[in-house]
Design a protein around this ligand. Structure first.
Ligand SMILES: *Cc1c(COP(=O)(O)O)cnc(C)c1O
Length: 365
């Protein structure tokens, strides 16, 4: 039996077929159709945020968010993330400035942000990595003091709340990814979440080639529209999201039962006042205490047909395409974590016996 790091959740075949039936009647396949608009509305309710603009994927959501805010100059961000975060900055002709992360939960180290601010800084782009919540209060204070925009890459935090508020309601904009591997998905998809009504028209034009109406094109936009079949998958998945997250919690609790308090293994610190979505299960291996390195455990699991991931390795500031532009000495904690962290298989119907087996393999001396 092969165990992958993740497995896409799906509604029943019949539920999806039922949902897409009226697409055949309408012959309306994309361009802000009924499914699309219904999903936007349902997500606005579910995520408790005034505006949700759907996009073709999370990466486009991020690119459009940066473009919509008309930013120029430097953006303070983290290298401990998926390629998308850094690429979105670079593809907007902005300069990423890399801030280190904390060892506690791998989010941006808010104590190190201010020293990176220059007269060119326009925004902070932190990532709620693995579903851990950034130091929101401190980041907000810094942003207000220096008049910076805050865009959260919330790709890992669908449905999470902090202090009773939806996580996507923090910052100027939060973006979500609805990729097939995420907690909530639309096969491919994403969303831009925001409060400011002035952004809505811009974002909607930008995701549709900058077209205002039949005769006016105002901006060099892109094509980032979500199609009806993806929106239909989202409508189905949203019906099951609560159960989905509960099942993930059960799997995470099982892992914790085995791996909490093992000398040399570290799990991300959880914060009070957060309702988590249990998106990932990262484990940090301190070889000197635990006895085995991350890479050894990764290989050992692979031998047994269990596929964990060295997520996030390599750091984005060490990618070939950014060679010689950045120094890992600027982000030593992130560099250390990237060499020692492993995300273990996690999905809603991952069986407890399999989790027991995975932990047994990891803990065998
Ligand atoms: C998945 C992901 C994205 C990009 O999302 P896509 O929908 O795959 O384009 C961006 N940032 C992070 C942190 C992600 O994990």
């Amino acid at each position: 039996m092969k165990i992958n790091v993740t497995k896409s959740s799906m509604p029943s075949y019949y539920e999806y077929i039922e949902e897409i039936k009226d697409i055949w009647d309408s012959h309306w396949l994309t361009n802000m159709g009924r499914k699309h608009n219904e999903l936007e509305k349902q997500l606005q309710d579910f995520l408790a945020i005034p505006y949700v603009s759907l996009t073709v994927n999370g990466h486009n959501a991020l690119e459009l968010a940066l473009q919509a805010l008309e930013l120029t100059g430097e953006v303070i961000t983290t290298p401990f993330t998926f390629a998308s975060t850094t690429h979105a900055i670079v593809r907007n002709n902005l300069t990423p400035i890399f801030c280190d992360i904390t060892l506690d939960d791998y989010t941006m180290d808010s104590n190190k942000i201010e020293s990176l601010i220059t007269d060119k800084t326009c925004a902070i782009l932190p990532v709620h990595v693995y579903g851990s919540i950034c130091d929101i209060e401190k980041i907000e204070t810094i942003a207000r003091k220096h008049n910076l925009k805050v865009i959260y890459d919330a790709a890992h935090t669908f449905g999470e709340c902090y202090k009773g508020k939806s996580i996507v309601s923090y910052g100027d904009i939060s973006i979500l990814s609805f990729h097939a591997t995420k907690v909530f998905h639309t096969i491919e998809g994403g969303a831009i979440c925001y409060h400011d009504s002035c952004l809505k028209e811009r974002i909607h034009q930008l995701r549709d080639f900058g077209i205002r109406d039949e005769e006016n094109v105002d901006m060099a936009g892109t094509n980032a529209k979500m199609n009806e079949f993806c929106a239909a998958m989202g409508l189905c998945n949203l019906r099951h999201i609560k159960v989905e997250i509960e099942k993930r919690k059960r799997a995470v609790d099982r892992y914790k039962m085995h791996l909490n308090n093992v000398p040399g293994l570290h799990l991300p610190k959880t914060k009070q006042d957060v309702t988590y979505n249990y998106a990932y299960f990262p484990v940090y291996f301190d070889e000197e205490i635990f006895g085995y390195s991350r890479d050894e455990i990764h290989a050992r699991l692979k031998e047994k047909n269990i596929f964990s991931r060295k997520y996030f390795f390599p750091l984005t500031n060490t990618f070939n395409c950014y060679k010689n532009q950045y120094s890992i000495n600027d982000t030593p904690v992130a560099f250390d974590v990237s060499k020692k962290i492993l995300t273990l298989p996690l999905y809603s119907d991952l069986q407890e016996e399999v989790i027991d087996q995975i932990c047994e393999i990891i803990l065998t001396k």
